[in-house]
Design a protein around this ligand. Structure first.
Ligand SMILES: [Zn+2]
Length: 93
């Protein structure tokens, strides 16, 4: 059986399986992006796919500290969009 790696959410501080979290990644070149596949190389910060955790993480700027760089608003906006999409999918399903 394959073990799913756990990562800590910057919102609720709980450790969760990687595939339940969103990943912000800082590439070796220093570029910040949202990693939806979990396969981009670089240093990652993780947040649950939930609005509550996202809001907390954004407000506290913990991801900035975690990655030692300021996360651009565009990346946060993208995450917010992603969460909204997930919420819509849940409503439709
Ligand atoms: Zn969380």
């Amino acid at each position: 059986m394959k073990r799913i790696p756990l990562r800590r959410c910057l919102g609720c501080n709980e450790s969760k399986p990687k595939n339940e979290l969103m990943r912000i990644v800082r590439s070796p070149e220093g570029e910040i992006s949202l990693d939806l596949t979990g396969k981009k190389s670089g240093r990652g910060a993780y947040v649950c796919r939930s609005r509550a955790c996202f809001s907390k993480a954004r407000k506290s700027r913990r991801a900035d500290r975690c990655l030692e760089v300021a996360i651009p608003d565009a990346v946060y906006d993208l995450m917010e969009k992603q969460i909204a999409e997930l919420e819509n999918n849940e409503v439709e399903a």
